[in-house]
Ligand binder design. Structure first.
Ligand code: LHQ
Length: 262
């Protein structure tokens, strides 16, 4: 038996942007434990790495991510879906959400099942024209997992979320843009440069950007009183940052600020 040494997720940092590329193109980047753990680790490491200001997740080849690798599951004889979700899917989704830095899904092709969940857990989705989105779970008799049932109604409303998850139909990128599922759609060849440009803009942001991510995400689960308390906490933290001092100095000096993310 030969063991492949090709990494299932490629990792590269360039100009403050950490790009995690799912690298199983022969199965449209189907998810294995190794892939899930590598994304989780990449996001956790990014939290403490000052060289990383933004994380991009994308796929090698013509697919973004086809969801759980259905063949790997069968091979492993992995009947315990609950521990599989708890031990590998949940940590990945939480690492992406808890990271106080922006995460962009650069959706280069089909995002199906938990592959769509992965895209939804990102803070922004930039899609190639040929990208598509499928809540494929129902097609094989399953329910949405890896956060799809949480993110989808919040992004597109309950009625549309029900339609997508119960019918399992394919949504093309134009329709995804129309209903607000993606930030922008670009030509296939332009996806890497459009992603870089968007990531670079976010990467020039201040320390408060990470706190803003937390605030907006918590607002969907909190009442007004709880959210006002969160704002107070976050504003206190932002006011301690050197980027706030820089923001004020730049305003007074009538010059653009140079934020460092600290
Ligand atoms: C694949 C896959 C794949 C393996 C394409 N696995 N090989 C589930 C269970 C347990 C625990 C946790 O959570 C979950 C959550 C889930 O994610 S359930 C949903 C799993 N995903 C799916 O059901 C999607 C399955 N794939 C498809 O429906 C199609 O491949 C899509 C619509 C994504 C793309 O269709 P096409 O563009 O026509 O490509 P293709 O079907 O020809 O696929 C290309 C190759 O990739 C092919 O292999 P082959 O050897 O024939 O060239 C596929 O078998 C393989 N592949 N998805 N998930």
């Amino acid at each position: 038996m030969s063991v492949s040494t090709v990494p299932v997720v490629l990792s590269a940092v360039e100009q403050g942007i950490l790009t995690l590329t799912l690298n199983r193109p022969e199965v449209l980047n189907g998810l294995t434990d190794g892939v899930l753990d590598a994304i989780a680790t990449g996001c956790r490491d990014a939290a403490t790495d000052d060289a990383v200001r933004v994380v991009v997740v994308t796929g090698a080849g013509r697919g973004f991510c086809s969801g759980q690798d259905l063949r790997a599951g069968a091979q492993d004889g992995d009947a315990d879906i609950r521990s599989h979700l708890r031990d590998h899917y949940v940590p990945m989704i939480q690492a992406m959400r808890e990271l106080q830095k922006p995460v962009i899904a650069s959706v280069n092709g089909v995002a199906a099942g938990a592959g769509m969940s992965l895209a939804l857990a990102a803070d922004f989705r930039i899609a190639a024209e040929s990208a598509s989105f499928i809540q494929a779970f129902v097609r094989i008799g399953l329910v949405p997992d890896a956060g799809s049932s949480y993110f989808l109604p919040r992004l597109i409303g309950a009625a549309r979320a029900l339609e997508m998850t119960m019918l399992g139909e394919t949504l093309d990128s134009a329709e995804a843009l129309r209903i607000g599922l993606v930030t922008k759609v670009v030509g296939d060849a332009d996806l890497p440069s459009a992603t870089r440009e968007f990531a670079a803009r976010l990467g020039r942001g201040p320390r408060s950007a990470g706190l803003i991510k937390q605030l907006i995400n918590s607002s969907l689960d909190n009442d007004l009183a709880a959210q006002l308390a969160r704002e107070e906490e976050a504003q206190f933290a932002a006011a301690q940052s050197s980027d706030f001092a820089e923001g004020i100095a730049a305003f007074m000096g009538k010059r653009p600020p140079q934020f460092t993310g600290s």
